[in-house]
Design a protein around this ligand. Structure first.
Ligand code: GRF
Length: 212
């Protein structure tokens, strides 16, 4: 029985991409830190088990994290996937799940950790942006990288258009990374990830292009 726990706080579109892919997973549980998360409705439509651990009901981060860890452990997951989970997790929590806790982040890490990645990307004038799936470590948005997808930043991009195109790529890469993990194809060697039986694209992305 291979089981996955997905942690959400809001819209849940990455959660949905994982629910649609579902490969190699017998049981999925969605846990939300927010009782009003839109993603909870979506999860119910997919017929998966949902739990709410409302962060507002706990006095501090430590007691919230303890309750969350207990709930996750009761499902005995092989992997825990953060999908728009908007709480900063304590070191103790992260260490408890180390090596089986992954996150999706809307930038090419280590660039732009934290919030507001698309606005900051536009402000910096970078030409190539993207998203990253990585293992979670105590340092925010800095763990070993499993997969990244890159897109060009176009001159007419706004924060919204950029977010939309990056999100499309998030929905491609997250289910793949999760499937690889469930298939035991991800090897974590110190701070580096090896993906067994993966292919590599040798095309260079230029932005702007070199045609003129
Ligand atoms: C995504 O951009 C994800 O990369 C970030 O939070 C956002 C969550 O969106 N961590 P959704 O809830 O998955 O739609």
């Amino acid at each position: 029985m291979e089981s996955l726990v997905i942690l959400i706080s809001g819209r849940g579109s990455n959660m949905q991409s994982l629910l649609e892919a579902r490969a190699q997973i017998d049981r999925i549980t969605v846990i939300s830190s927010n009782p009003d998360a839109l993603g909870l409705e979506t999860a119910k439509k997919y017929g998966v088990n949902t739990n709410v651990i409302d962060h507002r009901s706990y006095a501090d981060r430590q007691t919230f994290d303890t309750a969350l860890a207990k709930c996750i452990d009761s499902h005995q997951p092989k992997l825990v996937a953060l999908a728009g989970f908007m709480r900063i997790l304590s070191d103790r929590f992260v260490q408890h799940f180390q090596g089986r806790l992954v996150n999706i982040h809307p930038s090419l890490l280590p660039a732009f950790p934290g919030l507001g990645t698309h606005a900051r990307a536009l402000q910096e004038g970078i030409r190539i942006h993207g998203c990253t799936v990585h293992f979670v470590t105590p340092q925010l948005d800095h763990g070993p990288i499993i997969i990244q997808a890159a897109i060009p930043v176009l001159p007419w991009d706004t924060e919204e258009t950029l977010a939309t195109r990056v999100l499309q790529q998030e929905h491609h890469i997250y289910p793949r990374a999760v499937r690889w993990f469930m298939e035991d194809r991800i090897k974590l060697i110190e701070n580096h990830v090896e993906v067994l039986d993966s292919s590599f694209c040798e095309i260079t992305l230029y932005s702007p292009g070199l045609s003129e």
